[in-house]
Design a protein around this ligand. Structure first.
Ligand SMILES: [Zn+2]
Length: 418
């Protein structure tokens, strides 16, 4: 095997790894860094026969069509990932058009990718002509998310993509493969940090949302469309929450897609009940009129860079009758981060607007925490570990070396003979 690291090295964004397994050249993820200038890895340096998309998030899938500028690989992903990727790519085209930014691929590249995409279920093997096998394992991160296991006759490599090793309302925890693997590429997003226990987190979140509503405020819950919206609808559709629940933004379309793949969520009935209980907001006017009403609204964008949630916040700021509950990490440079750190968001025209509404932030992360990551590496017991996708990959690799593993945090362009 040979490995070349093309992206997500000591950073989160544009994940991509090129692997030559026996005769087959496989690109593991083809992400795009959306908060910069739609930056993608340099795919054209490496030919590929297959492209594996572990999950729909754009930092893993957003550059996939660009691979087709210079190559014509088979693309593999799970069944829900294909429509989710298409939804997110459509959205990124819209955003690029609005912001007058170019995307690094054409419509034709997308059409070619569509034609060449095959879906695999979890645990199903695809065998290449030379006997190399590809298998997806449930990553527990978002609907359809997968770890990719690549095996030749004498070597194996596991790429975790993004994964969660704790159970959530949406997913079972990801589990290590039955057999140990030789090489492991592992995400390190929370390599040096722990998450609060999910149960406590949900309890606190629910109590705070209820309190805000009882104080006469509308609870505004910005959420990512894929996974997070569905999880929060389930948390809010509980016996302890007896206020009206609304949903808007791209999460509505994701609700439909996820509903088509019941076997890709942990408790489909619970999810379905929550989706049916949430009323869809159909117009801007309807949403803005809800400000000050005793209800919760779950909507995109999760980091407040656009979407209906931004207009609700602006409207509520005029009236002073809402509270904001951020539900995840806010990347630097986003409105969500400006709000948390400076109490303001970027309004139309690029000026900042002060937001005088209560703001709270919760860690509903879909990534494995430090302890779970260490336990996973021990279980998989690889000869070599590549720590990627995080701000502290180097520290995480060092902590694994302390436990006796051969662990590295590669740089972009690094290549390894395995
Ligand atoms: Zn992800």
């Amino acid at each position: 095997m040979q490995l070349a690291c093309l992206g997500a090295c000591n950073e989160v964004g544009k994940s991509s790894f090129w692997l030559k397994a026996n005769q087959v050249r496989i690109l593991l993820d083809a992400g795009m860094k959306i908060h910069d200038h739609n930056e993608i890895p340099q795919f054209n340096k490496h030919q590929c026969d297959a492209l594996v998309i572990t999950h729909a998030h754009l930092d893993h899938s957003g550059g996939a069509p660009a691979v087709y500028r210079n190559a014509n690989p088979l693309t593999f992903c799970t069944y829900p990932t294909e429509p989710l990727v298409n939804l997110l790519l459509d959205d990124s085209e819209k955003v690029a058009l609005d912001r007058k930014k170019a995307l690094p691929f054409s419509r034709d590249n997308r059409r070619r990718m569509d034609k060449k995409t095959s879906c695999l279920g979890y645990g199903q093997d695809y065998e290449f002509h030379d006997g190399t096998r590809l298998r997806f394992l449930d990553a527990g991160h978002i609907p359809g998310s997968a770890m990719a296991l690549v095996e030749t006759r004498d070597k194996s490599l596991l790429y975790t993509g993004d994964f969660n090793l704790s159970e959530t309302r949406m997913h079972h925890a990801a589990r290590a493969p039955k057999d140990e693997v030789d090489y492991l590429i592992i995400e390190s997003t929370y390599g040096m940090r722990e998450h609060p226990p999910r149960r406590d987190l949900e309890r606190d979140f629910l109590a705070d949302v209820r309190k805000a509503i009882e104080d006469g405020r509308t609870a505004l819950v910005p959420a990512f469309a894929v996974g997070r919206t569905q999880e929060l609808l389930q948390v809010l559709h509980s016996s302890e929450f007896n206020h009206r629940l609304y949903v808007n933004g791209m999460g509505k379309q994701v609700n439909q897609i996820v509903s088509d793949y019941p076997s890709y969520v942990r408790d489909f009935d619970a999810l379905n009940d929550a989706i049916n209980a949430a009323e869809e907001i159909r117009s801007n006017r309807q949403g803005e009129k809800l400000m000050g009403k005793p209800c919760a609204i779950v909507s995109t964008a999760g980091m407040l860079d656009g979407g209906p949630m931004l207009s609700y916040i602006r409207e509520a700021t005029k009236k002073g009758n809402a509270a904001i509950f951020l539900t995840g990490y806010q990347v630097e440079g986003t409105n969500g981060r400006h709000l948390v750190e400076e109490g303001k968001i970027k309004a139309e025209g690029g000026r900042f607007q002060k937001i005088d509404l209560p703001v709270k932030q919760y860690d509903f992360s879909a990534h494995a925490g430090k302890h779970d990551l260490h336990a996973f590496v021990k279980k998989v017991n690889p000869q070599k570990v590549f720590c990627v996708h995080g701000d502290e990959c180097g520290e995480f690799a060092a902590s694994l070396r302390n436990e006796g593993f051969d662990a590295v945090a590669p740089k972009i362009g690094d290549a390894f003979k395995l």
